[in-house]
Design a protein around this ligand. Structure first.
Ligand code: SF4
Ligand code: SF4
Length: 156
């Protein structure tokens, strides 16, 4: 490239730099912003902490089919299945997940589990404040991820 071409390239780059210097600074005011996300802004498709969903009757959507665990490339989903009974119905199918853990020490937030789920039981939420100094805290249990009944009725 000629010297003139080099100078033209540098001038073009610097014009963008100086143009941006004059623009107002745009920052996300996290963690001092408003709302439950404290100022953090997400794209709708952001893959955050998982949520285990309930159906319109409040029953757990997970039917313990293990397809999410089979699809997980990190092998970080642990499920124990149990049978529903007439006296105790947890999901609308034959079985439900008595134990459902995701180990976030290993999860890579690829979304394969969400794609594999036939009942839309597991989804990605927008939870992102997962950092901890204790690795044990990164094993999320069903109780941590399950939509609360109160939340369900509040959104109806
Ligand atoms: S997001 Fe990916 S790595 Fe994480 S639990 Fe789901 S399938 Fe496994
Ligand atoms: S979350 Fe979905 S794929 Fe995983 S066990 Fe439950 S129903 Fe099956």
């Amino acid at each position: 490239m000629s010297i003139v071409g080099n100078i033209r390239g540098i001038a073009k780059g610097m014009s963008i730099t100086f143009g941006e210097i004059l623009q107002p600074t745009v920052v996300e005011n996290y963690p001092d912003g408003p709302g439950p996300q404290r100022g953090a802004v997400f794209e709708p498709r952001y893959r955050g902490a998982h949520v285990l969903q309930r159906d319109e009757n409040g029953l757990e959507k997970c039917v313990a089919c293990f397809l999410c665990a089979a699809a997980c490339p990190s092998n970080c989903i642990y499920i124990e299945a149990a049978e529903n009974t007439e006296e105790q119905r947890i999901s609308s199918a034959e079985r439900y997940a008595k134990v459902y853990n995701i180990d976030y020490n290993r999860c890579i937030f690829c979304g394969y589990c969400v794609e594999a789920c036939p009942t839309d039981a597991i989804t990605h939420g927008h939870g992102f404040e997962l950092a901890t100094l204790n690795a044990t805290n990164l094993v999320m249990r069903k109780e941590d991820m399950l939509v609360q009944i109160e939340t369900l009725t509040a959104t109806k």
